[in-house]
Write a protein that binds this ligand. Structure first.
Ligand code: GTP
Ligand code: MG
Length: 171
Protein backbone atom coordinates (compact mmCIF):
# COMPACT_ATOMS: atom_id res chain seq x y z
CA UNK A 1 0.00 0.00 0.00
CA UNK A 2 1.17 3.52 0.71
CA UNK A 3 3.24 2.51 3.70
CA UNK A 4 6.38 4.56 3.74
CA UNK A 5 9.45 2.44 4.39
CA UNK A 6 12.59 3.56 6.13
CA UNK A 7 16.03 2.14 5.53
CA UNK A 8 19.45 2.78 6.94
CA UNK A 9 22.35 2.19 4.54
CA UNK A 10 26.09 2.22 5.05
CA UNK A 11 28.16 3.76 2.25
CA UNK A 12 31.71 2.42 2.26
CA UNK A 13 34.67 1.95 -0.07
CA UNK A 14 38.20 3.33 -0.34
CA UNK A 15 38.96 7.03 -0.11
CA UNK A 16 38.57 8.87 -3.43
CA UNK A 17 36.16 6.26 -4.83
CA UNK A 18 33.35 8.83 -5.05
CA UNK A 19 31.00 7.97 -2.13
CA UNK A 20 30.23 11.56 -1.14
CA UNK A 21 29.87 12.68 -4.78
CA UNK A 22 27.45 9.85 -5.44
CA UNK A 23 25.29 10.65 -2.39
CA UNK A 24 25.39 14.33 -3.26
CA UNK A 25 23.66 13.49 -6.49
CA UNK A 26 20.76 11.86 -4.61
CA UNK A 27 20.11 14.85 -2.35
CA UNK A 28 17.42 17.45 -3.07
CA UNK A 29 18.89 20.13 -5.36
CA UNK A 30 19.02 22.76 -2.62
CA UNK A 31 21.05 20.45 -0.39
CA UNK A 32 23.66 19.49 -2.98
CA UNK A 33 27.10 20.98 -2.49
CA UNK A 34 29.13 22.28 -5.37
CA UNK A 35 32.48 21.21 -3.95
CA UNK A 36 32.89 17.78 -2.43
CA UNK A 37 35.76 17.38 0.04
CA UNK A 38 37.29 14.22 1.57
CA UNK A 39 35.07 13.00 4.41
CA UNK A 40 36.39 13.18 7.96
CA UNK A 41 34.91 10.39 10.08
CA UNK A 42 31.44 10.19 8.54
CA UNK A 43 28.40 12.24 7.56
CA UNK A 44 24.72 11.34 7.73
CA UNK A 45 22.51 12.19 4.75
CA UNK A 46 18.80 11.70 4.04
CA UNK A 47 17.09 11.15 0.71
CA UNK A 48 13.94 9.47 -0.60
CA UNK A 49 13.55 7.19 -3.56
CA UNK A 50 10.67 4.94 -4.68
CA UNK A 51 8.76 5.41 -1.45
CA UNK A 52 11.76 4.51 0.68
CA UNK A 53 13.14 7.08 3.05
CA UNK A 54 16.89 6.46 3.29
CA UNK A 55 19.30 7.42 6.02
CA UNK A 56 22.80 7.05 4.59
CA UNK A 57 25.99 6.88 6.63
CA UNK A 58 28.67 8.30 4.33
CA UNK A 59 31.84 6.87 5.83
CA UNK A 60 35.38 8.12 5.24
CA UNK A 61 37.41 5.66 3.19
CA UNK A 62 40.80 6.83 4.42
CA UNK A 63 42.70 3.96 6.01
CA UNK A 64 42.82 5.55 9.46
CA UNK A 65 39.01 5.79 9.57
CA UNK A 66 38.14 2.41 8.04
CA UNK A 67 37.90 0.68 11.43
CA UNK A 68 34.83 2.88 12.12
CA UNK A 69 32.80 1.11 9.42
CA UNK A 70 32.21 -1.98 11.54
CA UNK A 71 30.57 0.04 14.33
CA UNK A 72 27.54 0.46 12.06
CA UNK A 73 27.27 -3.03 10.55
CA UNK A 74 24.77 -4.37 13.11
CA UNK A 75 22.19 -1.65 12.50
CA UNK A 76 22.33 -1.31 8.72
CA UNK A 77 19.67 -2.54 6.28
CA UNK A 78 21.99 -2.49 3.29
CA UNK A 79 25.54 -1.83 2.11
CA UNK A 80 26.60 0.46 -0.72
CA UNK A 81 30.21 -0.30 -1.69
CA UNK A 82 31.78 2.24 -4.04
CA UNK A 83 34.83 1.44 -6.18
CA UNK A 84 36.98 3.67 -8.39
CA UNK A 85 36.87 1.48 -11.53
CA UNK A 86 39.92 3.24 -12.95
CA UNK A 87 42.18 2.57 -9.94
CA UNK A 88 43.52 -0.81 -10.99
CA UNK A 89 46.18 -0.95 -8.29
CA UNK A 90 43.97 -0.22 -5.34
CA UNK A 91 41.11 -2.43 -6.50
CA UNK A 92 42.96 -5.22 -4.69
CA UNK A 93 42.81 -3.19 -1.48
CA UNK A 94 39.11 -2.60 -2.15
CA UNK A 95 38.65 -6.37 -2.54
CA UNK A 96 40.35 -6.96 0.83
CA UNK A 97 38.12 -4.41 2.56
CA UNK A 98 34.97 -5.86 1.00
CA UNK A 99 35.92 -9.43 1.91
CA UNK A 100 36.60 -8.32 5.51
CA UNK A 101 33.20 -6.65 5.64
CA UNK A 102 31.47 -9.76 4.29
CA UNK A 103 33.13 -12.02 6.85
CA UNK A 104 32.35 -9.75 9.82
CA UNK A 105 30.03 -11.39 12.37
CA UNK A 106 27.50 -8.55 12.12
CA UNK A 107 27.21 -9.02 8.35
CA UNK A 108 28.03 -12.64 7.62
CA UNK A 109 24.86 -14.34 8.83
CA UNK A 110 22.44 -11.55 7.89
CA UNK A 111 20.57 -11.40 4.63
CA UNK A 112 21.28 -7.77 3.74
CA UNK A 113 21.68 -6.57 0.15
CA UNK A 114 25.04 -5.40 -1.19
CA UNK A 115 25.01 -2.77 -3.93
CA UNK A 116 28.35 -2.11 -5.65
CA UNK A 117 28.91 1.01 -7.72
CA UNK A 118 31.69 0.60 -10.28
CA UNK A 119 32.18 4.37 -10.24
CA UNK A 120 34.16 6.71 -12.49
CA UNK A 121 33.00 4.83 -15.58
CA UNK A 122 33.74 8.00 -17.55
CA UNK A 123 37.50 7.62 -17.14
CA UNK A 124 39.41 6.04 -19.99
CA UNK A 125 41.11 3.41 -17.81
CA UNK A 126 37.89 2.29 -16.13
CA UNK A 127 37.16 -1.43 -15.86
CA UNK A 128 33.67 -2.57 -16.94
CA UNK A 129 31.11 -3.72 -14.36
CA UNK A 130 32.06 -7.31 -15.19
CA UNK A 131 35.76 -6.51 -14.70
CA UNK A 132 35.12 -4.83 -11.33
CA UNK A 133 32.85 -7.69 -10.26
CA UNK A 134 35.51 -10.28 -10.94
CA UNK A 135 38.30 -8.16 -9.38
CA UNK A 136 36.24 -7.91 -6.18
CA UNK A 137 35.22 -11.57 -6.18
CA UNK A 138 31.48 -10.86 -6.08
CA UNK A 139 30.70 -14.32 -7.48
CA UNK A 140 31.89 -15.75 -4.17
CA UNK A 141 29.17 -13.99 -2.16
CA UNK A 142 26.83 -16.51 -0.58
CA UNK A 143 23.50 -16.00 1.22
CA UNK A 144 23.17 -12.36 0.17
CA UNK A 145 21.74 -10.64 -2.85
CA UNK A 146 24.15 -8.31 -4.59
CA UNK A 147 24.08 -6.07 -7.61
CA UNK A 148 26.68 -4.03 -9.49
CA UNK A 149 26.12 -0.84 -11.48
CA UNK A 150 28.58 1.23 -13.44
CA UNK A 151 28.23 4.88 -12.44
CA UNK A 152 29.45 8.38 -13.05
CA UNK A 153 28.89 10.33 -9.85
CA UNK A 154 29.71 13.64 -11.53
CA UNK A 155 26.89 13.34 -14.05
CA UNK A 156 24.65 10.95 -12.10
CA UNK A 157 24.68 8.13 -14.66
CA UNK A 158 23.79 4.73 -13.20
CA UNK A 159 23.00 5.99 -9.71
CA UNK A 160 19.19 5.84 -9.89
CA UNK A 161 19.33 2.32 -11.34
CA UNK A 162 21.40 1.12 -8.41
CA UNK A 163 19.26 2.79 -5.75
CA UNK A 164 16.09 1.43 -7.34
CA UNK A 165 17.52 -2.09 -7.07
CA UNK A 166 18.38 -1.43 -3.41
CA UNK A 167 14.88 -0.10 -2.65
CA UNK A 168 13.42 -3.36 -3.90
CA UNK A 169 16.06 -5.58 -2.27
CA UNK A 170 15.66 -4.08 1.23
CA UNK A 171 12.81 -5.80 3.02
P1 GTP B 1 36.53 9.90 1.07
O1 GTP B 1 35.49 10.77 1.69
O2 GTP B 1 37.92 10.44 1.28
O3 GTP B 1 36.42 8.47 1.51
O4 GTP B 1 36.30 9.92 -0.54
P2 GTP B 1 34.95 9.68 -1.35
O5 GTP B 1 34.81 8.24 -1.69
O6 GTP B 1 33.80 10.30 -0.64
O7 GTP B 1 35.23 10.42 -2.74
P3 GTP B 1 34.69 11.86 -3.21
O8 GTP B 1 33.23 11.81 -3.45
O9 GTP B 1 35.21 12.87 -2.26
O10 GTP B 1 35.39 11.97 -4.63
C1 GTP B 1 36.79 11.91 -4.80
C2 GTP B 1 37.18 12.58 -6.10
O11 GTP B 1 36.71 11.81 -7.21
C3 GTP B 1 36.59 13.98 -6.29
O12 GTP B 1 37.56 14.79 -6.91
C4 GTP B 1 35.41 13.75 -7.21
O13 GTP B 1 35.11 14.89 -8.00
C5 GTP B 1 35.93 12.61 -8.09
N1 GTP B 1 34.86 11.76 -8.63
C6 GTP B 1 33.85 11.18 -7.94
N2 GTP B 1 33.07 10.44 -8.76
C7 GTP B 1 33.59 10.54 -9.99
C8 GTP B 1 33.24 9.98 -11.27
O14 GTP B 1 32.27 9.22 -11.44
N3 GTP B 1 34.04 10.31 -12.33
C9 GTP B 1 35.12 11.12 -12.19
N4 GTP B 1 35.84 11.40 -13.29
N5 GTP B 1 35.49 11.66 -11.01
C10 GTP B 1 34.74 11.38 -9.92
MG1 MG C 1 33.55 11.15 1.18
Amino acid sequence: GLRRREASVLVVGLDNSGKTSLLNFLLPTDEQSSDVVPTVGFNVEHFSRQGVSFTAFDMSGQSRYRTMWANYYHSTNGIIFVVDSSDRTRILVAREELQQLLSHRDIYSRNIPILVFANKMDLRDALSDVGVSSALGLDGIINKSWHICSSNALKGDGIADGIDWLSTAIK
